[in-house]
Design a protein around this ligand. Structure first.
Ligand SMILES: Nc1nc2c(ncn2[C@@H]2O[C@H](COP(=O)(O)OP(=O)(O)OP(=O)(O)O)[C@@H](O)[C@H]2O)c(=O)[nH]1
Ligand SMILES: [Zn+2]
Length: 360
């Protein structure tokens, strides 16, 4: 296996040369579990941890490796490797971390396309689709909508759903598939390009694992043990989250996301709801919230039926969430800063006391 097969390119090679990473092994993180990483290199798969240095210089979760990252590592005889550096990411998919205020969590790095998987059964929900789309648009990742489980409904229902999506979401391709009958697989295989990295986003149970396994042609992929022994002699079983398909596309599986929070996603909402954003330029008030103002162009368009009401409501809801996230993130930064100042002052006064003592 060559690094190029995993998506390595000239930009990364240039960076490696410029930063004298030539003495390190370069690899791609294919899975992560509790700060243990499986890294795939030209020599095989290695279990790795990060160096203390990388840990202490990290200012947040974003500074830790994520699935899809390119890293520089050193290998040791006892089977464990150390990650020294994360190469610059060209895209990052993140979401608001569950349960933590204002923290961002990286779902995957260096992704070209996201397959937004939604089942056409009872769970189908365009609001959720717009949510994933917003995450893509904020992450510089191109979306492709995959409608799964089409074997569970009739063809008319599939057409209806496709029309409903198109009324709200333009310029995104939609591929209807069934993991049972394998309808649509030809189209999806044709969609996946060599050297590009794809990840799957979608709620639990929509069929991501089944799609992943069927595309990879191996049914036991996810539960296959990766490393039989570690330096501590423990058995490690890990999910394999990145695979290279026959035609050369790279596919990353992601854990189901029950809650898709809108992390600070600059431009994400604006791109997803570009029609609403364009209209809002004509609102009477600059700070219009498009909820009850007089002279609001957005509300007028909704009333006239020019904008889908459900889509509008979803937009307002996500804008509110984003504002809330931004406030909590700003508060967190302020607190961190104050704490930093406190420590600095504490050290200063301690040093001063020490010096005073030695003088006295
Ligand atoms: N009828 C039908 N069932 C499917 C299809 N795809 C998946 N399933 C079934 O749906 C269930 C969930 O599928 P998974 O592939 O595990 O779903 P997932 O998205 O990976 O779920 P998480 O791992 O929880 O994120 C399984 O019982 C599958 O057999 C499909 O196209 N048609
Ligand atoms: Zn308005």
């Amino acid at each position: 296996m060559k690094l190029e097969d995993l998506g390595y390119n000239e930009r990364l090679e240039k960076f490696s040369l410029e930063n004298k990473l030539i003495d390190f092994e370069i690899g791609r993180v294919i899975s992560e579990h509790k700060e243990r990483y499986i890294v795939k290199t030209e020599k095989g798969e290695f279990e790795a941890e990060i160096t203390g240095n990388l840990r202490f210089s990290a200012s947040g979760r974003e500074d830790f490796p994520a699935v899809g990252d390119w890293v520089a590592l050193t290998q040791y005889d006892d089977g464990l490797s150390l990650i020294h550096k994360i190469l610059p990411r060209f895209s990052v998919i993140s979401r608001k971390a569950v349960g933590q205020h204002g923290e961002k969590q990286i779902i995957a790095a260096n992704i070209d396309y996201a397959l937004l998987v939604q089942a056409v059964d009872r769970d189908f929900n365009i609001n959720r689709l717009e949510r994933y789309l917003t995450i893509c648009n904020a992450s510089k990742v191109s979306p492709i909508i995959i409608l799964s489980k089409i074997d569970l409904v009739n063809a008319d229902r599939v057409s209806e759903i496709m029309e409903n999506i198109k009324a709200r979401i333009q310029n995104v391709s939609i591929v209807p598939i069934s993991n049972e009958s394998l309808d649509g697989y030809k189209q999806i295989r044709a969609t996946i390009q060599k050297g590009k990295t794809y990840c799957m986003l979608g709620s639990s149970g929509v069929g991501k694992s089944t799609l992943f396994n069927t595309l990879s042609g191996k049914s036991i992929m996810r539960t296959e043990p990766i490393s039989q022994s570690t330096n501590k002699g423990r058995h490690v079983t890990s999910h394999r989250e990145l695979i290279v398909l026959d035609k050369g596309g790279i596919l990353i599986d992601n854990p189901g996301m029950r809650e898709v929070g809108i992390a600070d996603s600059p431009g994400g909402l604006d791109l997803t709801f570009d029609r609403i954003v364009r209209l809002s330029k004509n609102c009477k008030f600059k700070d219009c919230t498009h909820t009850n103002e007089i002279g609001c162009s957005v509300l007028e368009a909704v009333e006239k039926g020019e904008i889908d009401k459900a889509s509008y409501e979803n937009y307002v809801k996500m804008e509110r969430e984003k504002a809330h996230y931004e406030t909590t993130a700003a508060e967190k930064r302020k607190k961190d800063k104050e704490f930093g100042k406190f420590i600095k002052n504490y050290k200063k006064s301690r040093n001063k006391n020490k010096n005073d003592d030695s003088i006295g």
